[in-house]
Design a protein around this ligand. Structure first.
Ligand SMILES: NC(=O)c1ccc[n+]([C@@H]2O[C@H](COP(=O)([O-])OP(=O)(O)OC[C@H]3O[C@@H](n4cnc5c(N)ncnc54)[C@H](OP(=O)(O)O)[C@@H]3O)[C@@H](O)[C@H]2O)c1
Length: 237
């Protein structure tokens, strides 16, 4: 591990220990957040459903409003449905869980609604599915490419290489499985870490957005691993 990355991880750890939250995001503890989910398929619905159970206000969105309305009705609680723009405006924190090819257009159409927002980015680039944009994302790394495509968003990459089928059940054994994450914004990392813990995973910060290249299927970090195993693998990078 480089000295620069070690220094960043130390600073991030110190920041996470201080109870400062970004303006517009309420304090930790019993406080609930407004979360916009952009893409309510396997990943978005599994993670969003757990946040609903935890009492957060979650707006689900996709290009199929009827599906999102049915999902919100099924989940009850503080679940609701809207268009991607409505969800982006609604959320203090946003989860992006769409095919990577959707990001260029979403970045343009959501515009100001994502500027300054904390975005948890679960989207993976697969050239076979997503085309040229995925090839470019793999060249420069998915974290840096997502930051280009979603300008102004405070991105934390997470939930990238664990099967969606397991995401709804991780809270049954909290902290057992680690979740490697990467981001440049210390406050965004802190808020995302809290929400990831609520899903049941122990967040393990592996570095800044340039480390997002390791957060996708097919890398040494892919799959379910303990937090310690993740740290050992990252030490070898
Ligand atoms: N499945 C996994 O195990 C897994 C695990 C980790 C990460 N990921 C990654 O997470 C992302 C989502 O995966 P998934 O399995 O949840 O996919 P999915 O089940 O196909 O869901 C994708 C969601 O995105 C919506 N969507 C697609 N294009 C959109 C657009 N232009 N604007 C708004 N919404 C759009 C879809 O609804 P409409 O088509 O109705 O709009 C759907 O709700 C992918 O990038 C994937 O690689 C997947």
């Amino acid at each position: 591990m480089t000295l620069q990355r070690r220094t960043f991880l130390k600073a991030a750890g110190a920041a996470a220990a201080v109870s400062i939250l970004p303006s517009g995001v309420r304090a930790e503890g019993a406080e609930k957040m407004k979360i916009g989910v952009i893409g309510s398929g396997n990943v978005g619905s599994a993670i969003g459903a757990v946040w609903v159970k935890r009492g957060h206000e979650v707006m689900f969105s996709s290009r199929t409003l009827e599906h999102d309305k049915a999902l919100a009705q099924k989940l009850g609680g503080n679940a609701r449905a809207g268009t991607p723009l409505e969800a982006a405006r609604f959320g203090e924190v946003l989860l992006f869980a769409v095919p990577y090819r959707a990001l260029p257009e979403l970045g343009k159409s959501l515009g100001d609604a994502i500027d300054g927002k904390i975005v948890i980015d679960a989207c993976n680039p697969f050239p076979g599915r997503d085309g040229e944009i995925a090839t470019r994302a793999r060249e420069i790394g998915a974290g840096l490419m997502s930051a280009k495509l979603l300008p102004g968003a405070r991105i934390v990459r997470a939930f990238n290489a664990i099967g969606a089928a397991r995401m709804g059940a991780a809270h049954e054994e909290p902290g057992k499985i680690g979740m490697p994450i990467a981001g440049d914004d210390l406050e965004a990392i802190k808020v995302a870490s809290r929400l990831i813990r609520e899903i049941g995973y122990e967040p393990v910060l592996i570095g800044g957005l340039e480390m997002g290249k390791y957060l996708m299927p097919g890398t040494p970090l892919a799959g379910e691993r303990s937090p310690e195993e993740i740290r050992k693998i990252v030490d070898t990078f």
